[in-house]
Design a protein around this ligand. Structure first.
Ligand code: SAM
Length: 173
């Protein structure tokens, strides 16, 4: 894989706005990319871990963070977190050409893999907050989260020029 770090963008700042006041003991940033969100979480959580599937991106992070793991979702982690966040690769694409943005068919394939992976890494009172978009079948993802056992609500939306960003908060039922 190449070192094609995703530069913090509108979707990064959108989720950042909504997680900056969250507090707790432990937080996990899945798909940490530049480390922007991981670093932000470090202000309010004592244990913060970032994962990314792209190894060159992880080792060259712009915002260096202490605990980073290269894996799909949270597959390599055997721990439960109070908060898990993910700025998903949500674009609906036929193929995965750009791993930092492409979500596969309906923008569902990769987000589904991430959801499957994080589900049992959330504490019973914890939350999973993620960003998706009108450029994907986000309702399918919300319904899938619900089916897994995560009560999921759209907490915020933000209209951009060509899409609407959707912030979802999921909690164990
Ligand atoms: C939209 S970028 C977000 C980066 C950063 N969190 C931000 O908000 O600026 C998505 C990130 O997820 C990573 N990623 C893609 N598929 C993944 C997977 N299955 N497991 C973990 N990380 C993944 C990509 O390499 C990329 O860094």
């Amino acid at each position: 894989m190449e070192n094609d770090e995703y530069n913090p963008a509108e979707d990064t700042f959108f989720i950042a706005e909504h997680i900056e006041k969250e507090t707790g003991n432990s937080a996990l940033d899945v798909g940490s990319g530049s480390g922007y969100l991981t670093k932000l979480l470090s202000k309010n959580f004592s244990l913060v871990v970032g994962t990314d599937i792209n190894f060159p991106v992880l080792i060259n992070q712009t915002y260096k963070t202490e605990n980073i793991v290269c894996c799909n979702g949270a597959d390599a982690i055997n721990y439960q977190f109070d908060l898990i966040v993910c700025n998903l690769p949500y674009l609906a694409t036929e193929e995965i050409l750009d791993i930092s943005t492409d979500g596969g068919l309906e923008g569902f394939e990769i987000p589904k893999k991430i959801l499957d992976s994080v589900f049992d890494k959330i504490t019973s009172s914890g939350k999973f907050i993620f960003v998706t978009s009108s450029l994907s079948n986000y309702q399918k993802l919300i319904d899938y989260a619900q089916k897994l056992g995560l009560h999921s609500k759209i907490k915020a939306k933000k209209k951009l020029f060509f899409e609407e960003l959707i912030l979802v908060e999921s909690q164990k039922i």
